[in-house]
Ligand binder design. Structure first.
Ligand SMILES: *[C@@H]1O[C@H](CO)[C@@H](O)[C@H](O)[C@H]1NC(C)=O
Ligand SMILES: *[C@@H]1O[C@H](CO)[C@@H](O)[C@H](O)[C@H]1NC(C)=O
Ligand SMILES: *[C@@H]1O[C@H](CO)[C@@H](O)[C@H](O)[C@H]1NC(C)=O
Ligand SMILES: *[C@@H]1O[C@H](CO)[C@@H](O)[C@H](O)[C@H]1NC(C)=O
Ligand SMILES: *[C@@H]1O[C@H](CO)[C@@H](O)[C@H](O)[C@H]1NC(C)=O
Ligand SMILES: *[C@@H]1O[C@H](CO)[C@@H](O)[C@H](O)[C@H]1NC(C)=O
Ligand SMILES: *[C@@H]1O[C@H](CO)[C@@H](O)[C@H](O)[C@H]1NC(C)=O
Length: 659
C-alpha cells in the first residue's frame, strides 16, 4: 500500500522541483508540486512558498504525508532546508521554526508561543513524546533555560534543549564564529544530520548561498534510537508565533536516508516577501530651484546629507500633537541618550519591548527608554491621547512616564530610571542581597497603594493587566514602583482588532479574565494575589518540578496552611526576622486575592485596609481545593488553536476553587 502510493506519487510529482524514491530521498525546490500534510495556519502560497504561520498566537505544521522508515535502530539520515523569518517589526518577532521527527502528525494538543507547536504544559519533557526536534528560536524563554533570543537548539522530547548555541556558523577559512540573526528577514540554510555509527547529531547553519560550513554549529553525541522507537516516523516542520505577527517560511527542503541530502537548487526557490508591514512614510517633496550647475550640485549634496539624517532620525509627528508638546521627545535626543540603542545600554526585554538606559543630552537626567513595537495607523490621535493620559498618572509607587516619541512602527516611552532594577532579580538571583521582611512588606504595600490609585483614585479607571514581580521596579530606597501601567490598553490599540488575545502573564491570569477576555480591577487583584505569594515565598506562581510536573504555588501555600505550617513556605532567605502573624496574614491575603470566584475577591481598597491593619482579614476557614485550570478551560470548550498564550512567561496556572 505504502509502496503504491509512493511510486504513484513519483509519477504524479515528477516535475523538476520534486523527486522522491524508495531509498528515502526527496528534494523540494519550492513546494508547488508538494503533497504535504498541513495543519494550523500552515499553507503553500501560489508561488510555492511554504508559510507556517503569520498571525499572533498561532501554530502551523507541515509534514511529509507518508512516514519515513528509519528502521528498528534509527538509520543515518541527512536533511537540509532553506528558511526565512519575517516579523512585522525589526527587533521583535514570533517564536520560531523547528524541524521535527515525530511518531504522529497530530500535534493538535501542542501549544503555540514558547511551546513552538511541539509540546504542551503537560507533556513537555515527557519521554513518551518520542519527538526529536531542532529549534530555531527567536525568543528567550527562561522557563526552558534558553541561552538567549537568537539560538539553535537540539530538543529531545522537551523544549529545554539538550544542547544549544547562538545562531551562526564557523567560517571555513578563519575558523571564527560568525553570528546570524534568525529574525533578520534573510534567507538561511540549515542542515540536520544523524550518524548512526557515531551516534551523533550535527546541526549546521549558514547564510543563503554559502556552501555548508565544515564545522557544525552543534554536535551532540546521542543515540537517537532511544527516542525514535518506531520504525516509521513522520518528518516535517512546526512553527509558532507569540504576540507579534511573524511569517515563518520554508523555501526548499531535501532529505536522504543513509546518505547526504541532495543539494537544493537555490535558483528555483520561491521569493520571500521582504516585509509584511503595510503603510509607508511620507517623504517630503523637495523642489529644486533653477540655478547654475555648481549650486545644483551643492544643493544635491546638502539635500543628500539632510535626507540621510532625516531618515536616521525620522519621526512621525502631526499638527494635533503640538498640544502634547511637553511630553514629546525628539528621536535624535533619545538616540543620543542611549548611545544609539546600544546593546550595552539594554536593561531588559519585557513583554512589550526592549528597555534601554539613557542619559538625556541637555538635562543629563537618567532615564529608561522603552521601545514598543506599534503599527502606526490612521486615528493614532486617540492612541497618543492615551499615552499622554498615562503620563498624567502620578503616584509615588508608579514608575513615572516622562514622555514619548513616535516613529514609524515604533513608539518610544521615556520613564524615570530605577537604579535598583526589577524586584524579580532580588527574589530569584543570588547576586542580589535578600530582602528582609520589612522591605518585602513595604514593597507589597507600595504596589497595593499604586493599584488602589489606578483603580479608584485616578481620573479614569486604569487596569494594569500585568502585575508581577518583574514589572515592579525598586527605587534607590528599595520602594516598590509599578511599571508598564496603561500599556496593555495601548497594546490593544496598536494591534489588529480581529485577533483577540489576553494580555498578561500565565500564572497571574484569573480564570475570569481567560474566560471573558475582559480585564477588570478584579483581574488585577487576582494577579496581585499571585504577586504577594511570589514576594513572600520567592517562588514563581508555577514552577516545573524535577519530574517535569507543575508545582502550583497556591496549592503549596494551601497545603502548608492546612497542616499548620504556613510560615515554612516563606523564602528561607528571610531568616527568622519576621512577625509570624503578619507573615501569615499576608499569605492568606494572597490566597484571598487569588480566589477564582470574583465575588469572593476583595477590592484594592479592602486589601489596603487589611495591609494597614485597619480591618481584620475575613475568616478564610473555607475548605479550599485545587484543580487544574487548563482542564477547566478545556471543559469550557476553548479550542487549543484560539486559546491565547503569551510569550514571555512561565506556564499556565492552576487555581483555587471555593467550597
Ligand atoms: C533513488 O535514489 C538513489 C540513491 O540516491 C539514486 O541512485 C536513484 O537514481 C534514485 N532513483 C530514482 C528513480 O530517482
Ligand atoms: C497526498 O498524500 C496522501 C497520503 O499519502 C494521499 O492520500 C493523497 O492522495 C495525496 N494527494 C495527492 C494530490 O497526491
Ligand atoms: C509505534 O507504532 C505502533 C504501531 O504502529 C503504535 O501502536 C505505537 O503507538 C507507536 N508508538 C508511538 C510512540 O507512537
Ligand atoms: C488528534 O489528537 C486528539 C487528541 O490529542 C484527538 O482528539 C483528535 O481526534 C486527533 N485528530 C485526528 C485527526 O486524529
Ligand atoms: C507522560 O505521559 C504519559 C502518557 O501521556 C503519562 O501517563 C505520564 O504521567 C506523563 N509523565 C509525566 C512525568 O508527565
Ligand atoms: C555575536 O552576538 C553576541 C550576542 O549578541 C555578541 O556577544 C558577540 O560579540 C557576537 N559575535 C560576533 C562575532 O559578532
Ligand atoms: C542505541 O539505543 C538502542 C535502543 O535503545 C539500543 O538497542 C542500542 O544498543 C543503542 N546503541 C548504543 C551504541 O548504545
Amino acid at each position: 500500500m505504502f509502496m503504491k502510493i509512493f511510486s504513484l506519487s513519483i509519477f504524479l510529482l515528477l516535475e523538476f522541483t520534486f523527486s522522491t524514491n524508495l531509498t528515502g530521498e526527496f528534494t523540494f525546490n519550492g513546494f508547488n508540486q508538494a503533497n504535504l500534510t498541513l495543519d494550523g495556519s500552515a499553507y503553500i502560497q501560489s508561488n510555492g512558498l511554504l508559510q507556517l504561520t503569520y498571525t499572533p498566537q498561532t501554530k502551523g505544521h507541515a509534514f511529509l504525508p507518508m512516514p519515513v522508515h528509519f528502521g528498528n535502530t534509527i538509520s543515518s539520515f541527512s536533511t537540509t532546508f532553506v528558511f526565512a523569518i519575517v516579523s512585522a517589526y525589526a527587533d521583535l518577532s514570533g517564536h520560531g521554526i523547528a524541524f521535527l521527527i515525530s511518531p504522529t502528525t497530530n500535534l493538535s494538543s501542542a501549544l503555540p508561543s514558547q511551546y513552538m507547536g511541539l509540546f504542551n504544559i503537560q507533556n513537555n519533557g515527557n519521554s513518551t513524546n518520542h519527538i526529536f526536534a531542532v529549534e530555531l528560536d527567536t525568543i528567550y524563554s527562561s522557563e526552558f533555560q534558553d541561552i538567549n533570543d537568537n539560538h539553535v537548539g537540539i530538543d529531545i522530547n522537551s523544549l529545554k534543549s539538550s544542547q544549544s548555541h547562538t545562531a551562526g556558523y564557523y567560517d571555513d577559512k578563519s575558523g571564527s564564529f560568525q553570528n546570524l540573526t534568525l529574525m533578520s528577514h534573510k534567507k538561511m540554510q540549515a542542515w540536520v544530520e544523524y550518524d548512526s555509527q557515531e551516534k551523533r547529531i550535527d546541526v549546521t547553519l549558514s547564510p543563503i548561498g554559502m556552501s555548508k560550513p565544515s564545522k557544525p554549529l552543534l554536535s551532540y553525541d546521542f543515540n537517537l534510537s532511544t527516542v525514535l522507537i518506531n520504525n516509521s516516523m513522520y518528518i516535517g516542520f512546526s512553527s509558532s508565533t507569540g504576540t507579534v505577527h511573524t511569517s515563518h517560511y520554508i523555501l526548499g527542503w531535501s532529505f536522504m536516508l543513509n546518505g547526504v541530502a541532495p543539494s537544493i537548487d537555490l535558483s528555483k526557490l520561491p521569493k520571500v516577501p521582504t516585509s509584511i508591514v503595510k503603510g509607508r512614510s511620507k517623504i517630503p517633496q523637495i523642489v529644486l530651484p533653477i540655478a547654475s550647475a555648481s549650486s545644483v550640485l551643492m544643493l544635491v549634496v546638502l539635500v543628500f546629507l539632510y535626507m540621510k539624517s532625516w531618515f536616521k532620525y525620522a519621526e512621525l509627528r502631526e499638527d494635533w500633537e503640538d498640544e502634547f508638546g511637553p511630553h514629546r521627545f525628539t528621536y535624535k535626543d533619545l538616540h543620543q541618550a542611549t548611545n544609539g540603542f546600544k546593546e550595552k545600554e539594554l536593561l531588559g526585554t519585557g513583554g512589550f519591548g526592549r528597555v534601554y538606559r539613557g542619559v538625556l543630552p541637555v538635562s543629563k537626567l537618567e532615564v529608561a527608554v522603552k521601545k514598543v513595537s506599534h503599527e502606526s495607523r490612521d486615528g493614532t490621535k486617540q492612541f497618543i491621547a492615551e499615552v499622554v493620559s498615562i503620563g498624567q498618572l502620578r503616584h509615588r509607587n508608579l514608575v513615572q512616564l516622562l514622555g514619548y516619541c513616535r516613529r514609524k512602527k515604533e513608539l518610544l516611552l521615556v520613564y524615570d530610571y530605577m537604579p535598583n532594577g526589577s524586584l524579580d532579580k532580588y527574589l530569584y538571583s543570588q547576586e542580589k542581597p535578600a530582602l528582609n521582611w520589612t522591605q518585602r512588606f513595604n514593597i507589597i504595600k507600595g504596589v497595593a497603594s499604586s493599584l488602589l490609585y489606578l483603580h479608584e483614585e485616578s481620573e479614569q479607571v486604569v487596569v494594569h493587566r500585568d502585575v508581577k514581580a518583574s514589572n515592579v521596579l525598586l527605587d534607590s530606597e528599595l520602594n516598590g514602583r509599578l511599571g508598564d501601567f496603561g500599556l496593555a490598553r495601548l497594546y490593544d490599540h496598536g494591534t489588529d482588532p480581529q485577533t483577540t488575545h489576553v494580555v498578561g502573564t500565565m500564572g497571574y491570569l484569573s480564570p475570569e479574565l481567560v474566560r471573558s477576555g475582559k480585564a477588570t480591577p478584579l483581574t488585577d487583584v487576582f494577579a496581585f494575589g499571585a504577586f504577594i505569594l511570589e514576594v513572600v515565598c520567592a517562588r514563581r506562581p508555577i514552577e516545573s518540578g524535577a519530574q517535569g510536573d507543575q508545582i502550583i504555588l497556591v496549592d503549596l501555600v494551601i497545603q502548608h496552611w492546612q497542616s499548620g505550617l504556613l510560615p515554612d513556605i516563606a523564602d528561607p532567605r528571610l531568616g527568622e526576622w519576621y512577625e509570624t502573624e503578619e507573615l501569615e496574614m499576608v499569605l492568606k491575603l494572597g490566597l484571598l486575592c487569588s480566589h477564582p470566584v470574583p465575588t469572593a475577591q476583595p477590592s484594592m481598597r479592602q486589601v489596603m485596609q487589611y495591609l494597614d491593619g485597619d480591618a481584620p482579614l475575613p475568616d478564610l476557614s473555607t475548605t479550599y481545593m485545587s484543580f487544574n485550570m487548563l482542564g477547566m478551560l478545556q471543559n469550557e470548550g476553548l479550542d487549543s488553536y484560539v486559546m491565547p498564550y503569551l510569550t514571555t512567561t512561565t506556564s499556565f496556572s492552576s487555581v483555587l476553587s471555593g467550597r
